[in-house]
Structures are given as structure tokens and as C-alpha cells.
Design a binder for this molecule. Structure first.
Ligand SMILES: CCCCCCCC/C=C\CCCCCCCC(=O)N[C@@H](CC(C)C)C(=O)O
Length: 536
């Protein structure tokens, strides 16, 4: 049998595309006026799809094959007929978003790559230049009508950390299933939600015929979770070669926190102006192997376990208030309940006290200090052999008020404190510089304005990213790097990052599309918003 190599998502060959079109036509005719009706009409019209229609689509396969071969693998009339038809529909924002949600679920369920089918306008517009970087990362350039305006850049990533079906997920981690108003799946929060949100907003704004004045780049990395050394690093290299300087960069890394900061009344949008540094240390102990019946007084495993225990029992010193988190809490102070509002407004006096409260919770502890996490421990080959080698990996996130050098020396000399434990630095980098957030900082103020356009009474404050993002590779291209995703996170959500039941609500996903749709337009405004009118 001859196997034809063909992308599984080829729109010309995929009969489901025609059925989507049929469904959209039928539902559109009935003009649903709310979500419940939309869902009901979708189900009813789907149930009406006839067997003969499906059979026809399958039978027309040979014709499509022939057309695709004639087009030398390019798009055929079948694809364009479908696309042109979609463009004639009078989409309301509401209706458009529902379709985008169906697409995002479809994407999570069936594809591992960006599909031209999902964003036909983005991939066919003369205003958008798309290129692959290092085979799998995507770089888009959206041309503005005023080339004299400095461009900005949005970042997100398509790769994810592993997820196992054995880990008690409520729905399979790569199903993209929707349950109780949430789309579940590895990557929904970190960071495919942003990928889809940015592209959906771009698709929509192009379909509306809007021409941005300020050009912008979109970079979608494929290896952020393993440091971005191929994706982000090569995107930066390309932009440098082209002499690009960016007005600002916006990546993942912070969000709208609702109920996560105890004592704060209402949600707060925290636009991170910096991110922590990081280092990974490898600790190891070696000795000759021996018989388990004659154990030495101390084994490699025992020595290393004791060193690891010392690390856990002696956290790095409290630095709360000395980094950008100080500004963050001062900005938020008046929104805290009494007496926290008074305490937060006087960090010079109360920072040590607040630090002791914050360190009790693992999410807020990350704002207080350089954190230490023992993430891997390997030793032993057989249950009756004394292990000749034991190793542990320690992942540390460095507070802005500390340096990489300082962290290394503290760990080496005081905490591990045993010369038999060899310490090697796997990698490390300093905390990132703090980006400006005063009233003249275009990037910060535009992100803030966009949040306020969507949520007029939201508290917006500068924040700090406690993890790491691809944006750190961009520091030579811009001094204004912000980390913020317009998603609302509640207690328990922080544990979903790299954990089980990662999910995004429909509202968060819709908000994401709306946010970027507005941001594209806000970046064209001539004058920054007047901060004296600010209600925060
Ligand atoms: C880490 C999650 C902390 C959750 C804190 C509370 C909610 C804060 C709001 C949202 C955003 C968190 C975004 C985190 C992005 C993390 C991306 C990531 O995992 N990066 C890797 C990079 C590493 C260099 C391999 C990391 O381990 O930091």
C-alpha cells in the first residue's frame, strides 16, 4: 500500500471543515441571541447532519486529492470557498468568540502544531509575514501603516511540560475537553491559552479590516520549558541581525490574582516588571560500592539526604520589600483591609513582619526570598549494594535583591556545609532588570489601559514574576519587558501550573482574545492615558 505524506490538518482534504461550515450556516440562520441558544442550536443542527451529506464528502475525496496534487500541495478552491464564505458572515464579537473557543478546543484535542486552517486570515494577509525559526518556533511580523513608529512584541510559547494520565486528572490532559465552563488540558494556562488568544485576536482584527499603525512582532517559542535556547534565543538573534529595537515586550508571567493575596479586597492585575533569577545546582556524593551486609557508618545516600535536609531546613534569608515586590505591595496597600493597609503602607517598618506571614504560604513565600526546591534525587542500582553515587538537583529562584554569585557562595559554604558533597552549577542567571512603570512608560501604561478598558474598577499594579519566561532573552532588544496574561486566577489555580487539572475558564479565554484585540488598537493611540484620571 502506498502511504501518502500529508499534513493531518490539510483543510482541502479534511471533510470536517465542510461540516463545520454547514453547522455555522445553519446556526447563523437561526441567529442565536445568547450562549444557551447558541449551544442548543449547535446541538440541534449537528444532530440534523445527514448520513448522505457525510457520504458525499467522503466520496468527493478523490477529487480533492486531484485538486491538491494539481496545486502542487498549495491551497485549492475547496479551501478558499470555505474561507470566503466565512468572511461573508456578519460576525458579532460574541459569535466570533464562541467559534474561537470551539477552535481552541479542537486545537488542544487534535493538533500539536499551529494550523493554517484555524487562522486563515493571519496566514493569508499581505500585512502579516510569518516565518519558522529553528524549525518549530513562529515569528510573525504585522506591518503597521506608520513605519516610523517603533514596534513592540508579544511572546508566548507552544511547548508544555509533560502530563501523565495516571496523575488523577479530571479529564485526560491532552483531550481539550470542556467541563463546567472550563477548557482542561496541559498548556491551557502555560501557555497555549496565550498563543491561541493572541492569534485569535489577530485573526479577528484583520478580518475586521483594521490596519495597525504601529507594527508589531509575535514570537511563539517551542522550547520555553527547556530554556528557550533554540526558539527565543534564535528569534532574538534574527531580530538583532535585522537591527530591530522594541518599544516593549509582553510575555506570560503574571496575571489577575483574585483571593490569592490574603487580605486584599477584590482582584488585582499585577503587571510584572521583572522576574527572578534562577540557578540549578547538582549535589553529588561518591564512594566505592560495597556489600549491603557490611554497610559503612555513612552512605552516599545518607550524606546527600542530610545535605538536602539542611537546604530545606535553612531557607535563604528573607528579602521582602527590597525588590520589585516592595513597590507592588505599596501600590496595593490601600486596597488591603485594616490593619494590613496601614502595615503595607509602611513597609520600611513592617516588611520583616509581613515576610513572616507571607512565608507560610508557598505562593507568597516566593515573593519573600530566593527559594530552594530539591527536584531530583537519583541513587542506587540494586537493593543489596551500597550505592557508589548519589546525586540531587536543586532548583533555586533568585530574589531580585540577591545575585547569582551570592546564592552560590551561601549554599556552598554555609548550608550544604559538607566537603564530601560536590556542588556543580548546572546553570544560573541573575534576576532580570526592573522595567519602568512610571506615567511615561508606554508599554506599562498601554497594558494597564487595556486592562482598565476591560475591567474599569480593577486595581492595576506593578508585580514580579516568580518563575522564568522566554522574555528574559529579549533584554538587549528592549528595556521595557512586562509579563502579564489577562487571566483571572483564584486560590488553587497556582498549583495547576505544571500540576494536574490545568484549565482555563471560558471567560478567561474570551478575556484573553478581547485583551489582545484591544491592545493592538491601544498601541496606536497618540497620547498616553492621563494617570491623574486613574481610579486606582
Ligand atoms: C509558577 C507558577 C506560579 C503561580 C503564581 C501565582 C499566579 C501567578 C500568575 C500567573 C503566572 C505564572 C506564570 C508562570 C509562567 C511559568 C513559565 C515556566 O514554567 N517557565 C519555566 C522556565 C525555565 C527556565 C525552564 C520555569 O520553570 O520557570
Amino acid at each position: 500500500m502506498n502511504v501518502l505524506e500529508w499534513p493531518s490538518q490539510s483543510p482541502d482534504l479534511n471533510p470536517i471543515e465542510n461540516l463545520w461550515k454547514d453547522l455555522k450556516t445553519a446556526v447563523h440562520k437561526r441567529s442565536p441571541s445568547n450562549l444557551t441558544e447558541l449551544e442548543l442550536f449547535c446541538k440541534e443542527e449537528w444532530a440534523k447532519m445527514s448520513v448522505s451529506r457525510c457520504a458525499n464528502l467522503v466520496e468527493s475525496y478523490p477529487k480533492r486529492f486531484a485538486a491538491v496534487i494539481a496545486a502542487k500541495g498549495g491551497s485549492t478552491k475547496y479551501y478558499f470557498m470555505l474561507y470566503e464564505y466565512l468572511c461573508t458572515l456578519d460576525f458579532s464579537v460574541f459569535y466570533f468568540l464562541k467559534i474561537m473557543i470551539i477552535r481552541v478546543m479542537y486545537h488542544f484535542a487534535f493538533t500539536s502544531q499551529l494550523s493554517v486552517t484555524s487562522f486563515p486570515t493571519v496566514f493569508s494577509s499581505s500585512k502579516v509575514k510569518h516565518e519558522l525559526v529553528a524549525n518549530y518556533s513562529h515569528l510573525f511580523w504585522v506591518q503597521g501603516s506608520r513605519p516610523e513608529l517603533q514596534p513592540y512584541m508579544l511572546l508566548a510559547h507552544t511547548d508544555v511540560v509533560p502530563a501523565s494520565e495516571d496523575d488523577a486528572w479530571e479529564v485526560p490532559p491532552f483531550s481539550g475537553d470542556e467541563k463546567d465552563g472550563f477548557i482542561y488540558g496541559r498548556g491551557t494556562m502555560d501557555d497555549k491559552g496565550s498563543v491561541m488568544g493572541i492569534l485569535a485576536a489577530l485573526e479577528y482584527i484583520l478580518m475586521k479590516g483594521y490596519t495597525p499603525q504601529r507594527g508589531f512582532y509575535i514570537g511563539l517559542g517551542h522550547d520555553e520549558e527547556v530554556h528557550g535556547l533554540n526558539g527565543a534565543v534564535n528569534i532574538v538573534r534574527l531580530l538583532k541581525e535585522r537591527g530591530v529595537k522594541l518599544l516593549f515586550v509582553l510575555d506570560e508571567g503574571s496575571a489577575i490574582l483574585d483571593g490569592i493575596l490574603k487580605g486584599l479586597d477584590g482582584p488585582a492585575a499585577l503587571i510584572a516588571t521583572s522576574e527572578k533569577g534562577a540557578t540549578v545546582l547538582k549535589l553529588s556524593v561518591s564512594m566505592p560500592p560495597s556489600h549491603a551486609s557490611m554497610p559503612p557508618r555513612e552512605t552516599t545516600i545518607g550524606i546527600l539526604a542530610a545535605a538536602v535536609k539542611r537546604l530545606e531546613e535553612n531557607p535563604m534569608k528573607r528579602l521582602f520589600g527590597l525588590g520589585p515586590e516592595g513597590g507592588m505591595f505599596e501600590h496595593l496597600a490601600h486596597k488591603f483591609r485594616f490593619p494590613l493597609n496601614f502595615v503595607m503602607s509602611n513597609l520600611w517598618l513592617f516588611a520583616p513582619l509581613i515576610a513572616r506571614i507571607m512565608e507560610r504560604n508557598e505562593t507568597t513565600n516566593a515573593f519573600v526570598r530566593t527559594t530552594t526546591a530539591v527536584t531530583m534525587f537519583n541513587a542506587g542500582v540494586k537493593e543489596n549494594v551500597i550505592a557508589s553515587y548519589a546525586e540531587a538537583f536543586v532548583n533555586m529562584r533568585i530574589h531580585s535583591a540577591q545575585t547569582l554569585k551570592e546564592v552560590h557562595s551561601v549554599q556552598r559554604w554555609s548550608t550544604v556545609g559538607d566537603p564530601r558533597v560536590k556542588i556543580e552549577v548546572v546553570y544560573g542567571f541573575d534576576p532580570l532588570p526592573i522595567s519602568p512603570y512610571d506615567e511615561t512608560s508606554f508599554g506599562f501604561q498601554i497594558i494597564k489601559k487595556t486592562v482598565l478598558d476591560m475591567f474599569p474598577s480593577m486595581i492595576v499594579a506593578p508585580g514580579m514574576c516568580i518563575a522564568n519566561t522566554d522574555s528574559r532573552h529579549f533584554k538587549d532588544l528592549s528595556s521595557s519587558i512586562y509579563r502579564f496574561t489577562p487571566a483571572i486566577y483564584k486560590p488553587g489555580d497556582a498549583q495547576r501550573f505544571h500540576g494536574i487539572n490545568e484549565r482555563t475558564s471560558r471567560e478567561n479565554y474570551e478575556g484573553m482574545v478581547q485583551f489582545f484585540f484591544r491592545l493592538f488598537q491601544n498601541c496606536d493611540i497618540k497620547k498616553l492615558p492621563d494617570v491623574s484620571l486613574d481610579h486606582n
